[in-house]
Design a protein around this ligand. Sequence first.
Ligand SMILES: Cc1cc2nc3c(=O)[nH]c(=O)nc-3n(C[C@H](O)[C@H](O)[C@H](O)COP(=O)(O)OP(=O)(O)OC[C@H]3O[C@@H](n4cnc5c(N)ncnc54)[C@H](O)[C@@H]3O)c2cc1C
Length: 389
Amino acid sequence: MMLGFLLARAGVKVAVLEKHADFLRDFRGDTIHPSTLELMVQLGLIDDFLKLPHSQVQRLSGQVGATTIHLADFSHLPTHCKFIALMPQWDFLDFLAAHGKKYPTFDLHMRTEATDLIEEGGRVVGVKAKTPDGDLDIRADLVVGCDGRHSTMRERAGFAVESLGAPMDILWFRASRHDADSAEAFGHMEAGVMLVMLNRNDYWQCAYVIPKGGYEAIKAKGFQAFIDNVLFMSPFLRNRIGEVKGWDDVKLLTVAVDRLPRWHKPGLLLIGDAAHAMSPIGGVGINLAIQDAVAAANILAAPLKQGRVTEALLAEVQARRTMPMRVIQWLQLQIQNRVLSPVLGGTTRPKPPAAAKLFNLFPVLQRIPARIIGLGVRPEHIETPEAPR
Ligand SMILES: Cc1cc2nc3c(=O)[nH]c(=O)nc-3n(C[C@H](O)[C@H](O)[C@H](O)COP(=O)(O)OP(=O)(O)OC[C@H]3O[C@@H](n4cnc5c(N)ncnc54)[C@H](O)[C@@H]3O)c2cc1C
């Protein structure tokens, strides 16, 4: 959506395909980081953006066993917005779509599922798509696969995938949020389990982190045992946990971390999770996908307008975004393997690593994770001009 918006804004004719009828997917993350907010500032959209319902998180804390660790403090970032905006992703996507539609070259096709690539003479020249009105061929100078971690485009292109493994899956459910509750996002680790709660204003979106493949074992222990564990982690949910009535109210989300050695072939580029599926750790995935989109627009908008997109330019997009993606995935894997795996596999109450306690002792250290999480590595800037309308 972001790439479609930026290309249309630069005067490139663009069709964005979305297989669903709306963006109301619960599994999407909600964390709009300062790097993305800064892009909204550069686009002149920040005032409108901040009018949408959202909450602002300036500090990230987590409870490991009995100890609370204050991990990140965004209030010192050199950005206009010194916080993470927690906003349901469907509101953000609707916002970008509405702004995209202001440009005559922006075309959003809902309920249009890309099912295959059209290739001619060794080059991708379009996609085949399924719509409620029948099948469709859409031809394009460039196809960009932004279809997430189960990407059809990457599969149809036959790209190799390097899987990096993830030790966890997530059980996703919601519970009402009351006025007296804290506004902060919240994470709590205990032996064998972790609960993260995201503030979506009138309800908590809860992520109950379990060992990979452990869902059946948890189900076998019974629904009440699951609820008891949730209440052990967040006792304040007791007066509303009855809203979660059974396993039908709990969705299993599988986590994958992987990347493609090559993101492109003639006429086709993959970005976002389709090129590098991110772990939910740090809530960085959306923001990294958006950074890919900005880099792709910066490099490709002018050549697309002139109809001369070479594979060398697609390689340039990958080259620009590989280092930032690798650094963040490396950090996610360190946290997965050194912190989450021992906690999820453990039977005794976890203690935070000694180094983590330094964040409490020396709050200035909280600025380092804030910078890595909030801005990432090599933050992108909007370089595409707005074409006259
Ligand atoms: C459980 C979980 C929680 C997460 N929480 C967070 C978080 O809080 N913050 C964060 O930043 N990241 C989070 N992430 C990571 C984040 O979701 C991804 O990194 C991010 O969504 C990637 O964005 P994307 O645009 O590449 O793909 P997606 O967000 O997956 O978007 C792909 C889009 O393409 C559509 N689509 C798919 N196939 C087709 C097709 N064939 N034709 C047409 N449309 C298609 C989909 O419907 C979807 O709208 C989480 C990941 C997981 C697994």
